[in-house]
Design a protein around this ligand. Structure first.
Ligand SMILES: Cc1ncc(COP(=O)(O)O)c(C=O)c1O
Length: 336
């Protein structure tokens, strides 16, 4: 194992071990580690045939004190349970989920990047339906797989802004569909929008699928806007409840800000002082401009990352890297 921490990007680096746990007829087996990264899966498995699949994303951080912290994994466990319920899958119990993450961490300890590199160990928990089925319907067999991978800092250079383009022509998820769950189908459905935006050099700002008037999500991240002392974020049944966003709202309130969750019309971008996308991968990704080609308008928000987005970014990263007291109990320190 010879990982070049400084040149890690945001892509997959093969770990030594993955962790697997099977569930048959509602009974979960013990998680176990294996070096084999391939599955022996029936070609008619419900995950392949009908997309009976859900996943998660979370990180472990090597802190300034050398200790390893896993950030809010219990929230990822709960979200995976909600996704599982929505897709008629067995819900991995919280304790089993945590045990599988800790085992994946311990078996891949040499992949936890050193403090100071900005790199982290990312975990991709995956839940798949494995029952062979030809008739359309859910299966009874499932597998939880934890795939760890060290990833580089989202901002290898300077904390910088990105530009988004408003999309009213491709819907990521329906208001009463699966958008609020982290299931693979949502992502495949979003590729037409995100890839078209990337081809133009932008990121994709999805609007609500019913009216296309309101901001839904920023590619695979939540949207936040800052106006004066107010933290604004969309209320929508089609967006994923982001654990990062929820954590940032707690920090924003502690900074004395007012947090508002409501429908945000695209035109309201004209009134914002700052805006950003937020999620586990980037924490916060400041937005400089939003182009709305249908209306022939470009909203210029701020050329540089604004002071509040920067403050929130630093506040959350300080907790994750152990530079400040974890008063909310968000991090589990794992003895390795
Ligand atoms: C569609 C979507 N929205 C938002 C997020 C951000 O969620 P979190 O902060 O829990 O990573 C993600 C990433 O998981 C996502 O895939």
């Amino acid at each position: 194992m010879n990982v070049k921490w400084d040149s890690l990007g945001f892509h997959y680096t093969e770990p030594d071990y993955i962790v697997r746990a099977e569930c048959h007829d509602g009974v979960w087996g013990e998680p176990y580690a294996t070096e084999d990264k391939y599955l022996h899966l029936h070609v008619s498995a419900t995950c392949l045939q009908y997309g009976q699949e859900a996943f998660e994303g979370l990180k472990a951080f090597r802190g300034v004190d050398g200790k390893i912290r896993i950030f809010r994994w219990q929230e990822n466990a709960k979200r995976m349970q909600r996704s599982a319920e929505a897709l008629y899958m067995a819900q991995p119990p919280t304790e089993l989920f945590g045990e599988a993450i800790r085992l994946a961490l311990r078996k891949n300890i040499c992949f936890v990047p050193p403090y100071g590199t900005g790199a982290t160990l990312y975990f991709r928990p995956l839940l798949i339906g494995t029952t062979p089925r030809l008739g359309v319907g859910p299966g009874r067999d499932f597998e939880l797989i934890i795939i760890p991978s060290p990833i580089g800092p989202y901002y290898p250079g300077k904390f910088h802004c990105t530009t988004f383009i408003v999309n009213r022509h491709i819907d990521r998820a329906a208001p009463q569909g699966t958008g609020q769950f982290k299931v693979g189908g949502n992502y495949a459905a979003s590729f037409r929008g995100t890839e078209a935006a990337h081809a133009m050099g932008y990121d994709c700002l999805f609007t609500d699928a019913k009216t296309h008037k309101y901001i839904d999500e920023c590619s695979a991240a939540n949207f936040i806007g800052i106006r004066g002392n107010e933290y604004l974020t969309p209320r929508s049944t089609a967006i994923l409840p982001s654990i990062t966003n929820e954590s940032l709202t707690v920090l924003a309130k502690e900074m004395g800000m007012k947090v508002t969750r409501r429908h945000i019309p695209v035109e309201e971008l004209a009134t914002l002082d700052e805006a950003a996308a937020c999620g586990t991968a980037c924490v916060l990704s400041p937005i400089d401009k939003v182009i709305d080609p249908d209306k022939g308008v470009t909203y210029t928000i701020s050329d540089e990352p604004g002071p509040i987005v920067t403050k929130l970014y630093n506040a959350l990263q300080d907790i994750q890297f152990g530079r400040t007291a974890d008063v909310h109990g968000w991090c589990e320190i794992v003895e390795c």
